[in-house]
Design a protein around this ligand. Sequence first.
Ligand SMILES: Cc1cc2nc3c(=O)[nH]c(=O)nc-3n(C[C@H](O)[C@H](O)[C@H](O)COP(=O)(O)OP(=O)(O)OC[C@H]3O[C@@H](n4cnc5c(N)ncnc54)[C@H](O)[C@@H]3O)c2cc1C
Length: 465
Amino acid sequence: MDKTAVVIGSGPNGLAGALTLARAGYPVEVREAAPAFGGGVRTEELTLPGFRHDICSAIQPMGRASPFFEFAGLDLEWVCPPAAVAHPLDDGTAVLLESALGSVDLGPDTAAYRRLVEPIVVAWRAVEPLVLGPFPPALPALRVLKRLAPAAKAALGDARSVAGSTFETGRARDLFAGLAAHSMLPLERRPSAAFAIALAVLAHVDGWGFPRGGAQAIADALVGEIRRAGGEVRTDSPVDVLPAADVVLADVVPAELRRIAHLPDRYDRALGRYRHGPGAFKLDWALDGPIPWRAADCARAATVHLGGTLDEIAASEWGAWRGRPVQRPFVILAQHTLFDPSRAPEGKHTAWAYCHVPNGWPGDMTEAVEAQVARFAPGFRELVLARSVTTPADLEARNRNLVGGDINGGTMDLGQLFTRPVRALNPYRTPIRGVYLCSSATPPGGGVHGMCGYSAALTAARDSP
Ligand SMILES: Cc1cc2nc3c(=O)[nH]c(=O)nc-3n(C[C@H](O)[C@H](O)[C@H](O)COP(=O)(O)OP(=O)(O)OC[C@H]3O[C@@H](n4cnc5c(N)ncnc54)[C@H](O)[C@@H]3O)c2cc1C
């Protein structure tokens, strides 16, 4: 084949698109602006020598078995803790989202939980094309919606209402709220419940895993496969003008596409209306020992949700949404080294955490985040050997896709969940022939699954065989 293909950006979606095209026979060149490839799947010694921290994504529940990762067949060692999430509470206990559905114990709400998620877990292979793609889904895939009508109805709701109508106990509602807050939407906004349900289902389908050694292992493996298929990946190679090639996949957000391409007015205006959500304020720590959780069960999970009750978590998300961060933010924390000691010197540990703040927020949440950890793990502060602080502006300076610190490539509300970045049957195509968007600003949105890149590349290969 003599057709040329250029991929702008080497995040998981850019690399997924590049590998798909390379295996289809295109000579592919990936151009990455940063000095290292990987975008949201990178790992560095951010604090002290020997302590390896994930710069962006830390836990990849959608990565392990997404249709793209199945296609890619990467040689990666996945680490999968027995519980997906631990959610400590002020009474010294923790609610656990065990990976084995049969082991989930939510007391009087156990049966209600199973009624909510089990039908989707069982039908996951049929549901996956609707949630992750490849998009657009084939019509027969839509039939599964009929079978799962009650769960689909709940998924379209807001987390507060669904938690309230499904569960009797505060503990189950609190767990649900923590899962829903990954949406970066207020818990009273639709479809925040969908994120809670999807993340709970993924816990039981494949667990919340991560690659041994760090997220960088995903990028390294993808780049290895692209090179094996004849493609090339260049770093320090920012694209400022749309390259001339038969196929261009742009792993960039709409604002960046508008900067580098001369777009027809109507499409340009539509992209100009694209919305970004709150930002992330991130901390990484080098620790002298494991985090001393009051609830010992927290050591069963790599992901810990720190926010207490549904009401507190809801207030935190509203604060980030409305421009006023709260004193006690909802914090998502990852403690990889309990399960993957390769990331720190012997006996030492790392931790990764972030909270949501208003988009582009210039303030400092270090004390507030550390106070939330210490609230559930007294003695935490004494273990800190070094810390790295990443503000929304730092995130954007490293990677133009993280506009104002928005880690999802754009708000994931009902108006932009599947119709991103514009309303179109196939949102990867742009009005410029041969040019496709493939970043998380396209369906299925944020997260490490490679499906935006995979779907865009499949579209391009169909358009330009
Ligand atoms: C702090 C943080 C925590 C996260 N945690 C998780 C998590 O635990 N689990 C999870 O699944 N997801 C997580 N995410 C989200 C996940 O990382 C992203 O959804 C995912 O990386 C998006 O992939 P992408 O390929 O679309 O874009 P990106 O990964 O953002 O990659 C885009 C790449 O394009 C490059 N680029 C942009 N413009 C140009 C240009 N003009 N020329 C050349 N190169 C360009 C950028 O430098 C970047 O390398 C997190 C993100 C952040 C920031």
